[in-house]
Structure formats: C-alpha cells, structure tokens
Ligand binder design. Structure first.
Ligand SMILES: Nc1ncnc2c1ncn2[C@@H]1O[C@H](COP(=O)(O)OP(=O)(O)OP(=O)(O)O)[C@@H](O)[C@H]1O
Ligand SMILES: [Mg+2]
Length: 139
C-alpha cells in the first residue's frame, strides 16, 4: 500500500495527470471515499490529461458517462445510486471493464465483486485541513 498526502487541489491535479499518463486501455481505476473527498475532481484532471475537453460531471443519475474525444476512451462510472448488480449487467459493464478504454469507478466498493482482478484502487480520506486528502493506493 502506498500512501500519498494530497495538500491541495493542485496536488490532486498533479496526481491525476501523472496517473492518467500511466494508464492504458483496459485499466480499471476504483475510487473509494466519502461524499466530497474529490473522486469526480480527480477524474476531471485525469480526463484533461487524456485530452478530453468536455466538462466532467458526476454521472450519478446515468451510472456511466462516455468520453471519446481524448487519446483513449474514458468511461466514468458512479455507482452510488445503483439499485443492484442487475443494473450493471443491464448496461453491459463487461464491455467497458474489459474494453478499449480507461474505466474510472466512483463508489467502487459497492460493486466490488464485479471489479476485474487487476483493478487499481485508491481509497480517499480527508486530512486535517479542508483541502487535504490522503490517498491509499494498492498499486
Ligand atoms: N485536494 C482536493 N482534491 C479534490 N477536491 C478538493 C480538494 N480540496 C478541495 N476540494 C473540493 O472538494 C470537492 C470535491 O467534490 P467532488 O465532487 O470531486 O467529490 P466526490 O468525491 O466526487 O463526491 P461524490 O461522492 O458526491 O461524488 C470539490 O468542491 C473540490 O473543489
Ligand atoms: Mg463524484
């Protein structure tokens, strides 16, 4: 486990950019952390690095947003409001998880059983200061 201390949103940006550069097609990134820890914010900075210029918003009501204008497709999931695993089957999640792009999954602990074996996970917690975050990475 690697622990990264994020001191500000600028650090989140730097981390997100570096991470996006290191990922390749078929990678799944699981983001686990409470409301407001910055899962969407991190995803937004990753998307910028991939060359995606559309605004990144939480796909809370759609479960998934697809962005295809960048260097690699980005599939952004937010499974917070998922009624059950059936919703994931219905949207054909395997096509995405074992597909041609990068998947980022907010609230991924809610679908832990469906995550591929080589999923990279970041657990995000709050720090002492309002803009501080602690990332615990399993990669
Ligand atoms: N170091 C930081 N990293 C990320 N966001 C930060 C940081 N410091 C402050 N923030 C602020 O915290 C908020 C994080 O909101 P965001 O929507 O990204 O969280 P989230 O984890 O996706 O929440 P949700 O569970 O509701 O989807 C933003 O308003 C952002 O500006
Ligand atoms: Mg979010």
């Amino acid at each position: 486990m690697r622990k990264v201390k994020i001191k500000s949103e600028a650090d989140t940006r730097k981390f997100g950019e570096e991470l996006a550069r290191s990922l390749k097609a078929g990678d799944v990134l699981a983001l686990v952390g409470d409301l407001g820890t910055g899962k969407t914010t991190l995803t937004k900075y990753m998307a910028r690095e991939l060359g995606i210029m559309e605004p990144i918003t939480s796909p809370t009501f759609t479960i998934i947003c697809e962005y295809k204008s960048g260097r690699l497709p980005l599939y952004h999931f937010d499974v917070y409001r998922l009624a059950g695993i059936d919703d994931m089957l219905e949207l054909g999640y395997e096509e995405y998880f074992y597909g041609d792009g990068i998947c980022v999954v907010e609230w991924a602990d809610r679908i832990e059983k469906l995550l591929p074996e080589n999923t990279k996970t970041i657990k995000i917690g709050f720090g002492d200061d309002p803009d501080e975050r602690i990332y615990t990475c399993d990669f």
